[in-house]
Structure formats: structure tokens, C-alpha cells
Write a protein that binds this ligand. Structure first.
Ligand code: HAM
Length: 418
């Protein structure tokens, strides 16, 4: 038997309420902060991600779904959303629009990861990108939006962690310090970190292995090695976050897994699972647009993993609004009644009254059971007698009371009690 590919999943009807709940929340929140929806293709030229996410990141090294298309081009299923949005910003000349251009998306994301709870090979993100302004006020506004989003969902016990990882001016000196520090501990580093030592030293701070973790505590901190511009930016960010009353913590070992970040980085996590199930992450990426060959343009953004949010909503038992269910079940008995039932179902739906019906002849008892398990409130019963009298027997399933209602009056009656 075929199964969904390892690390992917079907979203069954019973889970769709979570998805529509989140979509509604995002769609009402985004305009409050001036964000407009953008959709980009599911695949892009592989080079786009190699150039922006970074050759030495896990994503590019071992997680991309890359394939040759029939004309020989190397294509990659989107492993994140930021690069595509920046590509679209450049391609559509959005630099000539009023800046910053604020865009949001809901997108499937593909990463060949080792699947486990909350980590999939296809997951979905809501992402927000604000392109064209370098002020820390924009970073704070974006973080505020992320925080308000989770608050509006009813999620509790989250932590907001921020850090600044500097810019191409100050980072090289900091990386040299970091390399010097880790060189003294090279023998205890895990295999991955030994590999990253030469290629991506910053990522050593992010290692969760028990042998490496204690080393991060006394490692040099990026916030203590910022140039004046980055230090001022970080100070302003903290001031604005305090003004917005956001309860942030500084986490000096948070560096993020993508190479494009400059200055601000941040993550939001459930309190009890530190680092294991980040539900939102992002930061500033002032070099990315320039890296793609356009005029250097500052930008900041974040994305949230939808499946991880849903896991947390379930864990915290956050109740979902009731989904709209069908109100009326049309139960019919006999071939003559079938025609009346077909006609009635059409009329009800035309009046926007949701109705269900049985297709293959069934006993009245079986149809009642079907109505009950579908969550219908009413059953309109049509048998030979009803056809002869031009009415239906309308049964309220909650009170078990029933009464005859003239067919011509049924729509009106249902609209009244609906
Ligand atoms: P990211 O941290 O790689 O950032 O992913 C964003 C969020 O997607 C994570 O915080 C997590 O909730 C979720 N996520 C990541 N990988 C998986 C997975 N394998 N399974 C389930 N959920 C996952 C980015 O992708 C950046 N593009 C964010 C950004 C936007 N930075 C600036 N703008």
C-alpha cells in the first residue's frame, strides 16, 4: 500500500478547523500592520537558495529537494520563503513602491530533515517580510506582530528571545574571537561542530549536543563585539520592545540556521521546550537583496511553523471555534420521495441552507443515525404520506419533537430557526 512520503502528512477534515482558525487570525492581523499577501512558486532555481541561505548551512548542504528539470536547469522545492519573496521584490521592481514593502505568505516548505514530532519534510509556514527600511523600530513592530499573533490564538507560556549577530563590518572580528575560543576546546566538540569549525563557526553556539552545550555559556558574546551602528540598533530595538511591553530575553547563543541574518535575530518558543520546538524565528537580513545583485536594501522578517503551532494549540487544549456544520438532513423513503428530496436539497442550498442527503436507499433508522453523526440539528423526513400531502415531517434532533411543515413553507421555517 502507498503511504504519504516519510516526514509528510495529510491534513484530515478534523484538523482543518485549526488551519482555518490560524488563516483567519493571520489574515485579520496582517493588515493591522500593513502587510499584503504574496504567493511565489513552490520551486525556484536552486542557485537562489544556495546564494542566500548559504552554502555551509544544513539546509543547503543536506536538506534541499533539488531536481533537474527537462531543460537541464537545477530547481529546488522551496526550503524557506524569504529568498523567494526577495527575488519577487527585485523582479517586480518593488523598490519603486513606497518603502518598506510589507508582504506575507502561507506556503509549504520542503526540507529533507530527520522527521520527529514537530519536524517534517514538508511543513507549512506563515511568513512576513518587510523590505526597504533599516530602522530598529520596524524590527520591534514585526516582533510585536509575531507576539500578538500567538497571544490572539490563546497560546500561553511562550518566551521571546532576541540577539544581535552584527554585520559584515563587525562580525569578522567576532568570528575570529569565537574561533580562538573554540580552538581551545576542539577535542571535546561533536563531529558536526568539528566540521563546522572551519566552515560556519557561528553555528557552534547553536549546537544542542550535551558535549558542546556547556561551551556556549562562556563563549564570547556577539552583543559585546558589535560595531557602533549595530550596538545602537540593538539598544533601540530593546527600547522599542520595552515600550511595546514585550517580555524579551537576550539569548547570546541564538544565531539561527540561515546565513543571511544581520543585526537582529529572534525566536519564540514554548517555555517548557527550550530550543527544541521553536514556533517562530526570524531577523534582519540587510545584505540579502544586494547579494541577489540588486541595490542593497535593508529588510527584516520572520516565519512561523504552522504544524508546530497546531501541536501547541492541542497540547494547551485551546478550543477551536465550532466549524459550520450542515443543519438539515433530508431523509427520504421510496422512489417518489427521492425526487421530492432531490428538488428540496437544491432549493435549500440555493437559499444557503446546508443540507445532507442519503443517496442509496436506507431505512429511516439508518438515515437518522447518519444525520446524528453528521451533527445535523434537523431531519426533514419525506415518505409516501408526506409526498401525498405536500409536506415534510421536520424533526428537531436535539428535542426529538417533530411536526409537519408544508414543503412550500420549509425554507422559510428553516431560515427562522437556523
Ligand atoms: P526557520 O527558523 O528555518 O526560518 O523556519 C521558521 C519556522 O518554521 C520555525 O521556527 C519552525 O516553527 C518552522 N519549521 C522549520 N523547520 C521545520 C520542520 N522541518 N518541520 C516543521 N516546522 C518547521 C525560516 O525559514 C526563515 N525564512 C524565517 C525568516 C523570514 N527570516 C526572515 N524572514
Amino acid at each position: 500500500m502507498f503511504q504519504a512520503p516519510y516526514g509528510t502528512h495529510d491534513i484530515l477534515p478534523e484538523d482543518q478547523t485549526y488551519w482555518s482558525f490560524l488563516k483567519e487570525k493571520i489574515e485579520s492581523l496582517a493588515p493591522l500592520y500593513g502587510y499584503e499577501r504574496i504567493d511565489t512558486p513552490i520551486f525556484e532555481e536552486a542557485g537562489l537558495f544556495v546564494r542566500t541561505v548559504g552554502v555551509d548551512t544544513d539546509i543547503v548542504e543536506k536538506e534541499m529537494y533539488t531536481f533537474a528539470d527537462r531543460s537541464g536547469g537545477q530547481m529546488t522545492l522551496r526550503p524557506e520563503g524569504t529568498a523567494s519573496v526577495c527575488r519577487a521584490y527585485i523582479e517586480h521592481g518593488m523598490a519603486s513602491r513606497s518603502q518598506p514593502v510589507k508582504l506575507f505568505y502561507q506556503a509549504p516548505i520542503f526540507r529533507y530533515e530527520r522527521p520527529q514530532a514537530g519536524r517534517y519534510r514538508q511543513h507549512h509556514q506563515f511568513g512576513f517580510e518587510a523590505i526597504g527600511d533599516g530602522d530598529a523600530m520596524l524590527d520591534a513592530e514585526l516582533i510585536d506582530m509575531a507576539w500578538r499573533f500567538f497571544d490572539s490564538l490563546g497560546l500561553k507560556n511562550l518566551t521571546l528571545q532576541i540577539n544581535s549577530i552584527g554585520c559584515p563590518k563587525c562580525r569578522p572580528a567576532y568570528l575570529a574571537k569565537l574561533r580562538e575560543y573554540y580552538a581551545g576546546h576542539k577535542e571535546v566538540l561533536c563531529g558536526d561542530c568539528k566540521g563546522r569549525f572551519d566552515k560556519n563557526i557561528l553555528r557552534l553556539l547553536d549546537c544542542k549536543k550535551p558535549t558542546c552545550q556547556p561551551l556556549t555559556t562562556s563563549a564570547p558574546r556577539s552583543v559585546e563585539h558589535l560595531c557602533q551602528e549595530c550596538a545602537e540598533h540593538f539598544e533601540q530595538l530593546k527600547t522599542h520592545l520595552s515600550t511595546l511591553q514585550l517580555p524579551f530575553e537576550i539569548n547570546s547563543s541564538m544565531v539561527r540556521g540561515l546565513d543571511y541574518y544581520t543585526k537582529t535575530v529572534f525566536e519564540i518558543q514554548p517555555e517548557d521546550e527550550r530550543g527544541q520546538s521553536t514556533i517562530a524565528g526570524g531577523g534582519r537580513y540587510d545584505g540579502l537583496i544586494g547579494e541577489l545583485g540588486a541595490k542593497p536594501t535593508p529588510a527584516v522578517g520572520f516565519a512561523t511553523g504552522i504544524e508546530r503551532i497546531i501541536l501547541n494549540l492541542k497540547k494547551q487544549k485551546v478550543a477551536m471555534p465550532n466549524a459550520q456544520k450542515s443543519t438539515v438532513f433530508i431523509a427520504w423513503l421510496g422512489e417518489v420521495a427521492r425526487q421530492t428530496a432531490v428538488k428540496l436539497s437544491g432549493e435549500l442550498r440555493q437559499m444557503n441552507i446546508a443540507s445532507l442527503i442519503t443517496y442509496t436507499p436506507r431505512s429511516l433508522k439508518a438515515q437518522m443515525r447518519q444525520a446524528d453523526s453528521a451533527g445535523c440539528n434537523y431531519v426533514a423526513i419525506i415518505g409516501e404520506e408526506e409526498v401525498a400531502q405536500g409536506n415534510v415531517t421536520l424533526r428537531d434532533l436535539r428535542t426529538a419533537k417533530q411536526e409537519p411543515v408544508a414543503l412550500a413553507k420549509l425554507v422559510e421555517k428553516l431560515q427562522e430557526i437556523h
